[in-house]
Each structure stands twice: as C-alpha cells, then as structure tokens.
Design a protein. Sequence first.
Length: 477
Amino acid sequence: MVIEKICCIGAGYVGGPTCSVIALKCPEVKVTVVDKNKERIKQWNADKLPIYEPGLDKVVKECRGKNLFFSVDVESAIEEADLIFISVNTPTKTCGNGKGRAADLKYVESVARLIADVAAGDKIVVEKSTVPVKAAESIMNILRANQKPGVSYQILSNPEFLSEGTAIDNLLNADRVLIGGEETKEGQLAIEKLCWIYEHWIPRSKILTTNTWSSELSKLAANAFLAQRISSINSLSAVCEFTGANVSEVAKAIGTDTRIGNKFLNASVGFGGSCFQKDILNLVYICECLNLPEVAAYWQQVIDINEYQKSRFTSKVIESLFNTVTDKRISILGFAFKKDTGDTRESPAIYVAKTLLDEGAKLNIYDPKVEHAQIFEDLTYATGSKEYVKERVSLFPNAYSATEKTHAIVVCTEWDEFITLDFRKIYDGMMKPAYIFDGRMILDDEKLSKIGFHVHTIGKRNMRRGLKRTWGTLDCA
Ligand code: UDX
Ligand code: UDX
Ligand code: ADP
C-alpha cells in the first residue's frame, strides 16, 4: 500500500498522541503534525510537551526528528501528504443558529478550504475530530466545489476513542478502530489504505469499516452511552445518600451482570472533559433538526442529571458549613476533569469553585498537573472578574499547604496521591469543625471520621458525627 506521508492538522489532545503512535508503529511513514499555533508547535519540539499524557514523552522522544515532525508550515505538509488527518477543535457554537448545542465547524471548514487551495495531487482526507453526522459531506462539498484538474479526494471518518490520561494505551491496545467511507470502489480503496496504517499494530478483526454516516454517528453514540452510564449511577447516588444504600455496593451489584458490565459506574461530582457534554449537545441538536423531539429530550436528560449532580454536591458543601461560606477558606483538591491529565475543559471543579466563589468563599486550590495560569483563566471566564478571582483564589504546590487553616476540603479529582495523604496531619492544621466532601469516592470515610472529620461522600449516607440523616430531614442522634 502506498501511504508514504501523513499530515495531521491540529496538534492537540487528539492529533498529537494519535500521530505520535502512528509514527512509532509505522517507521517507514513520514508523519508531520501541523498547527497554526506557533507556541504549541514550539512546545511539541521542546522537552516539556504541551500536554501531559502518561507515556507520551517516551513515544515522542523516540520518533521526533526521525519520522515524526511538528511544524507550523501547514501548506507544505498538506502538499506533500498522501493522507491528511483533520483533528482541529470543534467547540460548541457560542452564537447564532444552534448556539450552545451545535458543533462549530469553522475550524474544520477553514482547513477544508486550505486543503482545496493547496492540494495538487490525490488526497485522502480523514475526519478525526468529533464532528456531527454529515460533516464529511460538508468537507466533501467544499473540496469538490474547489477541485482542481488532476486532483481527487476521498473523505473518510475515523473517530478517535482515546480517553485522556490513558491515551497512549488506548491507541496501542485499541478495543476497535472505526473507519467510515463512501460505498464506492474509490471509497473502499481509501478505507483499505487507512486500514493498512492501523494494521501495523491492530489486528484486522478489530478494524471495523462502515459507511460514513454510521461511523460519524457511532462516535456521538459511544460518548452518549458512556456519559449516560455516569448520569445513571449519579442519579442513584442521590437515592443512596437518603436511604443508606451505598452507591459503590450498588454499582458492583449491577456491574457483575455481564449484560451491563462493571466499567464506567463510578459515581462522581459529575463528568467533565471536552467530549461528553459537547457530543451529547450535538446529538440533541441533530435530533431536533430531524424533528425527533422525544429522542432529543431523552439524551438531554443525561446532561441535566450531570448539572444536577454538580449543583447537588456544591449545595451539600454550603449547607453543611452552616449554610454560609462567606469569607470561609475552603480547599479544592484537584482541578482537572479527571486524574492523570492537566486538562480542565468542562471540569466539574470549575462549577464547584465558581459557585463557592459566588457565595463569598475564599479558595485554596491544588492540582498536581494543571498549570496555575489555566486555573486563573478558567475561573476568570466562569466568574467574569479577574480581580475577584485574584483576590479570592490562592494556588498551592501541595495538598498540605492548600488545606492549612481551611474550614473544608472538597475533592474534585480522583488523583491517586490524595488517597495516601496524612489526614491526621491535615486535620490538625485545619479550622474546626473540619469537613471533607469527597466528590470522587476515593477516601476512607470511616478512618477520616475517626480522626474527627465531618465526612460527606458522594453516594453514601452522611458520616456527619452526631447527626443521622433520615428521608430528607436531619435528626439529632
Ligand atoms: C428481565 C431481566 O433480564 C432479568 O434479569 C430480570 O430478573 C427480569 O427482567 P425478562 O423480562 O425475562 O428478564 O427478559 P429480557 O431478556 O431482559 O427481555 C426483556 C424485554 O427486553 C423483552 O421484551 C426483550 O425482547 C427486550 N429486549 C432485550 C430488547 O428489545 N433488546 C435487547 O437487546 C434485549
Ligand atoms: C471520553 C471517552 O472515554 C473517549 O472514548 C472519547 O474519545 C473522548 O471522551 P475522556 O473525556 O478523555 O474520554 O475521559 P473519560 O475517562 O471518558 O472521562 C470523562 C469524564 O467522566 C471524567 O470527568 C471522569 O471523571 C468521568 N467519569 C468517568 C465518572 O465520573 N465516572 C466514571 O465511572 C467514568
Ligand atoms: P482536541 O482535543 O480535539 O485535540 P485541541 O484544542 O487540543 O482539541 O487541539 C486542536 C488544535 O487544532 C489546536 O492546537 C488548534 O490551534 C488547531 N487548529 C485549529 N484550527 C486550525 C487550522 N485552521 N490550522 C491549523 N491548526 C488549527
């Protein structure tokens, strides 16, 4: 097969790791990752990469300068490539038709126009970003309307299923690779060429080929199903907190049914990340456009429960602290949307922090990987006031300093290092009564309770000492 050169447009969380692994596994293929963001490319060429992803450093260092290149010269990379991945960002639209729900395709469209401008030979263009059903058709329309003589295009959909924090493992040991293309001879040939790349390390039986629409819809559906499981278990966590059932026990009991399976059943403060909310909103929007309001309402509920969970958790913090957090100092442990990543996109910690700030709290924040500038940027965007954030939020280099003299600890991310903290030492340094709100179910609530903490864990009956919760009313025991 004859893919000699690959270009990937967009050096982000998707394009960077994916193409690094392709370069590792296909040493005879030249892979060039390009981005219009000069700073980002500079970082990809430096020692400290622009994203934190376990195992990524090693792969990049092994291939960079051999068959893996990072560049801002988008045109040249397009010109020489046989196959082009489009992995630019597809945020939710912030204005106009479909505002707040539809995917904004402006970056995808501008890349398609650039390819049409620059391409001088045959190109396989692979849609790698999450884009709504029919996006490949839009790319094709742009390319074919601007097609020059002697140039032909095939558009494939090859959605990414990697999950941040485990991206390299997901890429190396993929459950499946999905490739959608046109049901024509040329379309099938293009699919075969992309299959050839993946077959360097993925068994053929795990490479699924479909028509373009199935591939595009499967990506949205997969994320919607995963998020739905989290909203389902989170909705039950609320029932558990009132009844005395334990959500971890319930999850285990449900998950051992092989028809259900045991993954993605961890109750939490809510799901975050760049994909789940965006993709479901997109699915909802598509359903509405297709005049399927019942289907739209069904999936919207997954988002609504997520909002409910974040708000329920934060209200619990405020209520427990005698219904006022004004001028109380509260520590937030974890700001990333999940462990093992420095990414904060749609992180539930942003909602929690913003709501506590709105209520007048002062915050001490610690996260092992998130850049301090990112935390300030997220909170400034959420609250609308840089000055307020600067005045009220302090960032710390470790959990011990972040918790000192605070009234409460709120765990928003399940970082492993939080599990093994010396909570006796932390308790001694805190204001009393000292509270812990575990939004990730990672801490030993009984042990913490014995130390003296008032503990609230998602999905478990309140461990507040001396108080017993019964069906929505607080009775003194
Ligand atoms: C169900 C549960 O499976 C069982 O564990 C519980 O104890 C009792 O309820 P049952 O109702 O006997 O068992 O059958 P099940 O195989 O679960 O099917 C229920 C319905 O769902 C049927 O109408 C079936 O046709 C339908 N179904 C099932 C689908 O439409 N699609 C599927 O993929 C599976
Ligand atoms: C997700 C999909 O898993 C991936 O296949 C897709 O390509 C991109 O979107 P990602 O967002 O990186 O990946 O992380 P994921 O592990 O799916 O977690 C998403 C959110 O759900 C996180 O905030 C996580 O903490 C939360 N989560 C996950 C739970 O609250 N409970 C769980 O059981 C699992
Ligand atoms: P994802 O999580 O989908 O990878 P990111 O935001 O991390 O999203 O990465 C997308 C990248 O695409 C960004 O670095 C952005 O600069 C880049 N990008 C967007 N539009 C273009 C474009 N027209 N040309 C080159 N790069 C682009």
